[in-house]
Design a binder for this molecule. Structure first.
Ligand SMILES: Cc1ncc(COP(=O)(O)O)c(C=O)c1O
Length: 547
């Protein structure tokens, strides 16, 4: 294909055409559109190159920082995108892509997204969104109800009342977490008769007024890094996201949490919030939410649940009870672009109290005026797209029972995969799955048996070697392009909290089946044995024999 230097010309006429006339039916862009709408899987399969190309090579196609003076034709750009961008993108919808939280989307999301873009609504204000504003409030209400299960009267009263907000629609889990803790911070240091409130005074003024030396947010060491960003932007400082140790099940340690709360309080540090995680990013674990709610109550602080990944488990009658206590949270993050199967970026934070978000309200003269229904007065972001339309469609088209099936099958499959790993002679399961995320590593049975009885020095050396090998295998498998699992670091109690690299698998794509999972393990065994011929296995044997 030639990427010619033929230039289009910018004239008033050609610009008018670009804004009004669709591309010719035979054009590259129209062909892409047609292929995508008729056979998305085929399009992705045939246009994304499976074998990995080094990123530094890819960068060469995007090296020019100059904006071209002359326009080019849409078809030329479409050709370029197909050849250089689509080809080197990641096939996240592939059933063998089980390494991250981004996976396949229901087909109907594609044409719906096109409608959303065609309408180009801006949810910051009703003047640019009209019907989208009540729709977004309804979506927030629906997800609020999923968590808190209030009465019809409650939702009739609060859902569309401009003086209240049941939550905020955001671009993702990060902004949802920031919004929750922003509200928590502002409500913790609210205005009083003789204090203007933190929103006006800032953190220093608030601490001085309330008589604290500092402020902190507590979460387990498995908390998502977005909480560090939160502490940074809220002016708390990342050191004041206090990481609490976890137990063997990767849940926050309650004794450690209680002890830290006591210490901080004695030290005159205001605990702004406890954050419980419902579905940790690395291991899919769920913190003991009820007990955390008790502790939050005892210390008069906000209780936030980061359910970016796991909150949709509430759709399942079988697994929903794993999240018991979530209904006691003051706020809950739910990422729609994760387990609600909506395209990025859609995150939602719901608040138990309809007035929590009043603590972060802002107004302007030209929009989001006092008393208006403009959603922008209580969101961190300004201009926002009509993503709520896609969440609304998912909730209606799939319904509670559709999501229930998706969630349950994902978790059941993860348990089956855990069994496959446990029964396999070459692997060690590194966390018993709670939801649909698990970790494991390459560790032949004879090494595993040795690790159970060897001394500390030998154990540390062997685990370090296994970590290096797991990392190597993950990279080689990714490079081959047939399947993708990710990797992370854990510090399991079983190995005396030694840091080790493990494979991480997220099973959310309904098209991933047991055969694919079996194949992933088989490919890893082949790759391990290929390499092991040379160095790894020899080193491993030497380490085992030496101890
Ligand atoms: C538990 C948890 N919280 C928050 C986030 C952040 O979400 P986002 O990437 O949508 O900002 C993630 C993302 O993986 C997550 O797993």
């Amino acid at each position: 294909m030639s990427l010619t230097t033929r230039h289009a010309i910018a004239t008033q006429d050609s610009l008018n055409r670009v804004f009004t006339v669709p591309e010719d039916k035979e054009s590259t862009l129209s062909r892409i559109e047609q292929e995508i709408s008729e056979n998305l899987e085929g399009f992705l399969q045939s246009h994304i190159v499976a074998v990995e190309k080094d990123l530094s090579e890819v960068e060469k196609d995007f090296a020019d920082a100059s904006i071209p003076n002359e326009p080019i034709f849409v078809s030329q750009q479409a050709d370029f995108l197909l050849e250089k961008l689509v080809s080197q993108s990641v096939h996240t919808a592939s059933p063998s892509f089980v390494g991250h939280m981004t996976s396949a989307l229901p087909y109907f999301m594609l044409p719906l997204s096109k409608i959303m873009i065609a309408l180009n609504q801006n949810l910051v204000k009703t003047e640019t969104s009209k019907s989208f504003t009540p729709l977004e409030r309804q979506v927030i209400g629906m997800l609020h109800r999923l968590v808190y299960e209030n009465s019809d009267t409650f939702y009739t009263k609060y859902m569309h009342d401009q003086n209240f907000a049941l939550g905020a629609f955001c671009s993702g889990g990060t902004v949802a977490n920031i919004t929750a803790l922003w509200a928590a911070r502002n409500n913790a240091f609210a205005a009083t008769d003789d204090f203007v409130g933190i929103q006006r005074s800032g953190l220093t003024g608030a601490l001085l007024h309330y008589g604290y030396r500092g402020a902190a947010i507590l979460v387990s060491e498995r908390g998502h890094y977005s909480l560090k960003k939160t502490a940074d932007v809220l002016g708390l400082g990342t050191d004041n996201i206090v990481a609490i140790a976890t137990n063997d099940d990767n849940q926050i340690s309650l004794p450690a949490l209680r002890k830290k709360c006591e210490e901080l309080t004695k030290d005159k540090i205001k605990i702004i919030a406890l954050v419980g995680v419902a579905g940790t990013t690395e291991t899919g674990s769920v913190d003991p939410l009820n007990e955390m709610a008790d502790i939050a109550q005892q210390y008069h602080c906000h209780f936030h649940v980061d359910g970016a990944w796991g909150a949709p488990t509430l759709f399942s009658k079988k697994y929903g009870p794993l999240l018991a206590g979530i209904e006691r949270a003051d706020s809950v993050t739910i990422d729609a672009h994760k387990q609600l199967y909506v395209p990025m970026g859609a995150g939602i934070v719901v608040f138990k109290s309809p007035s929590s978000l009043s603590g972060v309200e802002h107004h302007a003269n030209y929009i989001i005026r006092k008393g208006s229904k403009d959603l922008g007065s209580k969101t961190l972001e300004g201009s926002r797209p009509g993503m709520a339309m896609l969440v609304h469609s998912g909730l209606k088209i799939l319904g509670r029972s559709g999501y229930e099936l998706l969630i349950e099958e994902g978790i059941n499959k993860t348990h089956r995969f855990a069994k496959m790993i446990s029964h396999h002679d070459d692997f060690e399961l590194c966390n018993e799955p709670t939801l649909n995320i698990l970790t494991y590593r390459y560790c032949p049975k004879w090494v595993l048996e040795h690790l159970e009885q060897c001394n500390d020095i030998s154990r540390i050396a062997i685990n370090d070697l296994l970590s290096r090998f797991t990392k190597y295998l993950q990279k080689v498998q990714r490079g081959h392009g047939k399947a993708f699992v990710s990797r992370t670091k854990l510090t399991p109690a079983r190995y005396d909290y030694q840091s080790m690299i493990v494979f991480r698998v997220v099973l959310a794509n309904p098209l991933t089946n047991d055969k694919i999972l079996q194949d992933i393990l088989s490919e890893q065994v082949v790759l391990a044995n290929d390499e092991a011929e040379h160095t790894f296995m020899a080193q491993l044997r030497a380490l085992v024999q030496a101890s």
